[in-house]
Design a protein around this ligand. Structure first.
Ligand SMILES: *Cc1c(COP(=O)(O)O)cnc(C)c1O
Length: 412
């Protein structure tokens, strides 16, 4: 359920015609709906009845306006870098609701996190634990730690976004993790608070989540036998969304399946959803520059793979819809950007609305891993981001300028 809909063949976001925003801010731009973001956050967070904390995965969509919104709804943040910590704090997220994931935290990033007094750092290797102990000792503080275990569960998703298989770089193999906890217990500046895992993204079935929770649960029992008690069980993110005809679990089904496995566990459940909250709450709006018939039909638009990388990177599908619908006619065409790579496409070999030069198109389901993965490749300024609320819209990130492109550069 989202708040992008047609009224008299004109695409609206909540109460605002998308074409009006394009006229005001130019194209391309990302457009988010406050109402949809709020609804998705509440549906997810509200599905859980046991003590829990919903830490929005900042990497999926990092604009501080969105982080601020989730903060006001009671959310925390799952961060994977010092930059994301900076954003979360800037957005007013309570540091006691911030968890820090990632295999490669630098010492400077650890220092920043400890000084900010975040809830916990999810440690992924013995060397990282040692580094954290050193940083904490130098600061004279105790580092709250959870280990990210790798449960070796197949999430049945795209290989690039599978993270919980033994062959993936993430976490500590669950069968070796007890040693990490025993080592941590001996460290003066480490406080053990939890156990975490995250098995992948865009999962459309609850069973891999349940399987990994069962494995983690068994593991907490072994910890208990060793005299180690944890207060946080972090299950990561990964719930999928509908891009085309996937059937991802509803929040209620997901929450119920997990809570059944949580019985008798005296832990706060931490969740790190990203895509499921923002994916269908955002679109990318682009304009048709030219159309041409080569070996096939091409629709050349002003947004490229630097603006939305998912089609090129994962061969991901995004529905393309007209901003003003003139008819029902469709044609098979490649919708491509201006970048000098053949991999620069938003849609390839699929039916798209029949369109003409100057038309506006909406690339749907682009809220997650859209703007946050965008780059300046081909020296293209990054696009604007706009947030609609009711009948009004707000620029939440201005389009970059040419000066922005070279702002940090120097000629020696
Ligand atoms: C990417 C990531 C998430 C969010 O994943 P989604 O599929 O967007 O829900 C959560 N936790 C960790 C550790 C991640 O790396």
């Amino acid at each position: 359920m989202n708040h992008f809909y047609y009224n008299n063949n004109v695409l609206f976001c909540e109460g605002v015609p998308v074409a009006d925003i394009a006229a005001a801010v130019g194209t391309p731009f990302y457009l988010y709906s406050t109402e949809t973001l709020t609804r998705h956050f509440r549906a997810f967070d509200g599905a859980f009845t046991l003590p829990h904390l919903t830490c929005f995965a900042v990497k999926s969509c990092s604009n501080i306006a969105l982080l601020h919104l989730f903060g006001t709804l009671g959310g925390g943040a799952d961060i994977v870098s010092g930059g994301e910590l900076y954003r979360a704090l800037k957005a007013g997220i309570d540091p006691r609701k911030i968890v820090y994931s990632g295999v490669g935290k630098s010492e400077a990033e650890m220092r920043f996190a400890l000084e900010a007094k975040i809830l916990m750092l999810n440690v992924e290797s013995h060397q990282e634990l040692q580094a954290l102990q050193n940083v904490a000792a130098a600061l004279g503080v105790t580092a709250p730690v959870s280990f990210r275990v790798n449960p070796d569960v197949d999430p049945k998703t795209h290989a690039y976004i599978s993270t919980g298989l033994a062959k993936n770089k993430f976490g500590i193999p669950i069968q070796d993790a007890l040693d990490s906890y025993l080592a941590a217990r001996q460290m003066k500046n480490i406080e053990i608070v939890g156990v975490s895992c995250h098995i992948g993204s865009q999962l459309t079935d609850v069973s891999p989540f349940v399987e990994s929770l069962q494995k983690v649960r068994c593991f907490t029992e072994r910890l208990k036998e060793a005299g180690i008690h944890i207060s946080c069980l972090d299950l990561g993110g990964g719930v999928g969304i509908r891009y085309k005809n996937e059937q991802p679990p509803l929040p209620a089904a997901y929450a119920t399946a997990l809570e059944q496995e949580m019985h008798g566990l005296d832990c706060t459940l931490i969740l790190e959803p990203g895509r499921v909250i923002v994916g269908n709450a955002g679109i990318l709006v682009t304009r048709v520059l030219y159309t041409k018939q080569g070996g096939k039909k091409f629709v050349i638009v002003d947004a490229g793979m630097n603006d939305l990388a998912r089609p090129s990177l994962y061969d991901a599908f995004h529905a393309i819809q007209p901003v003003v619908r003139r008819g029902q006619e469709v044609e098979v065409a490649d919708v491509v950007g201006p970048i000098c790579e053949s991999g620069d496409f938003l849609s390839r070999g699929k039916e798209v609305p029949l369109c003409a030069q100057g038309d506006l198109l909406a690339v749907m389901s682009a809220g997650a891993y859209g703007f946050s993965m965008s780059s300046n490749y081909n020296s293209r300024p990054r696009v604007a981001e706009v947030l609609v609320k009711g009948d009004s819209f707000h620029l939440i990130r201005r389009r970059e300028t040419y000066e922005d492109l070279v702002a940090g550069e120097m000629i020696p």
